[in-house]
Write a protein that binds this ligand. Structure first.
Ligand code: ACO
Length: 334
């Protein structure tokens, strides 16, 4: 690799995409025994987006990636590596990242998927950061995208009200202006909690998946909501505190906090325990629901485009999800 002097990686550009179709709480009232009031009070969600039948994860990713590449001023041919973090790839094989590569024409890139469920963006950012800092890759396109409505059990009112579809992307490269970029990131997992958020079918556990398995909805996402809720708050807090401590920063130094958007009550509980003003917390769950891996980069992109994140700002991101997986990343904005 030669005498590379890369010390930090930075986010060169952001992009996002959500499908056009809106599914409101009023629409859900017609599908399951629920109410707009229950959904808003218990989750903070008013509406979410649903992908068209011909839109798979790589198609959502393509729109987000194009916006990020444009913002970064980077051509597809300059990309060395594409990472797509998703739990809903277009196909089991090949990876969504390979489909995206073919749509986008990034002919030089290597491409792979990373599945860390809702924590995908934090895992992906750490991976991109490590590749860039090592000098092994110069430009990484990181996309976090999920079409959660394809895994939704529309008869389970406890989960079907939560999910939405979307994609967020960043282009990661080496810092050239002295900014610290990705200051630190921490990722964790606990496989013993695997049954809390689970899609049993579609992998090698049920192979081949039978009509009975499908009838029993084994191909759809199941979640133990209450247990997940309690664990989420604890792990969120731990990841944020450790990332801050390692970075030598305090919460006063944080300008913008972007938590994974699974439930507004989880976000408020975390902000309260961190003693962080909600003014610094980015909220999108009201309009998009839980888009799994996509929630953080979509919120990041919208915040950048709305001018809420400026050069030099410290942006803390934290997520929790299936695996169990969780983590946090701190970025000094370029
Ligand atoms: N409408 C009306 N009533 C409902 C609905 C609904 N949509 N869903 C559940 N209820 C009822 C239940 O049946 C129950 O009724 P009962 O008391 O008569 O039995 C009551 O409401 C309370 O149900 P709970 O499950 O206890 O509701 P809770 O307040 O825990 O909220 C929720 C459920 C929103 C799922 C919450 O637990 C949650 O957000 N959990 C965490 C989700 C999360 O963080 N996921 C991680 C990321 S996901 C990923 O990685 C892919």
């Amino acid at each position: 690799m030669g005498n590379h002097t890369v010390t930090h990686s930075v986010i060169l550009g952001t992009g996002s995409y959500v499908p056009e179709r809106v599914l409101s709480n009023a629409d859900l009232e017609k599908m399951v025994d629920t109410s707009d009031q229950w959904i808003r009070e218990r989750t903070g969600i008013s509406e979410r987006r649903v992908a068209r039948a011909d839109e798979a994860t790589s198609h959502l990713s393509l729109h987000a990636a194009n916006h990020a590449l444009e913002a970064a001023g980077v051509e597809p041919g300059e990309i060395d590596l594409i990472i797509v973090t998703t739990l809903t790839p277009d196909t089991m094989c090949p990876a969504a990242a390979c489909w995206l590569q073919s749509h986008i024409g990034a002919h030089r890139a290597a491409a792979f998927d990373l599945n860390a469920a809702c924590t995908g963006f934090v895992y992906g950012l750490q991976a991109a950061d490590a590749y860039i800092r090592s000098g092994m890759m110069k430009k990484v396109l990181l996309v976090s995208a999920d079409v959660m409505t394809r895994m939704t059990n529309w008869e389970d009112r406890g989960t079907c009200v939560l999910w939405g579809d979307g994609a967020g992307a960043v282009v990661v490269g080496a810092s050239e202006n002295g900014r610290r970029g990705v200051v630190d990131s921490r990722v964790y997992s606990d496989g013993n909690g695997g049954e809390l958020i689970l899609v049993p079918g579609g992998g090698s556990r049920f192979a081949p998946i039978t009509a009975d398995d499908v009838h029993n909805k084994e191909h759809l996402l199941q979640m133990k909501g209450q247990e997940t809720f309690k664990t989420a708050v604890r792990y969120f807090l731990g990841a944020c505190k450790e990332t801050l401590e390692r970075s030598g920063l305090t919460l006063d130094d944080i300008d913008v906090f972007i938590p994974h958007q699974a439930n507004l009550r989880i976000i408020e509980a975390v902000a309260k325990r961190l003693e962080l003003s909600m003014d610094k917390v980015v909220i999108t769950i009201n309009k998009y629901g839980n888009m799994s891996a996509a929630t953080i980069p979509v919120a990041l992109d919208e915040s950048v485009r709305e001018g809420k994140i400026r050069s030099g700002d410290n942006v803390l991101m934290a997520a929790f999800g299936g695996g169990l997986t969780w983590g946090a990343a701190l970025v000094e904005w370029n």
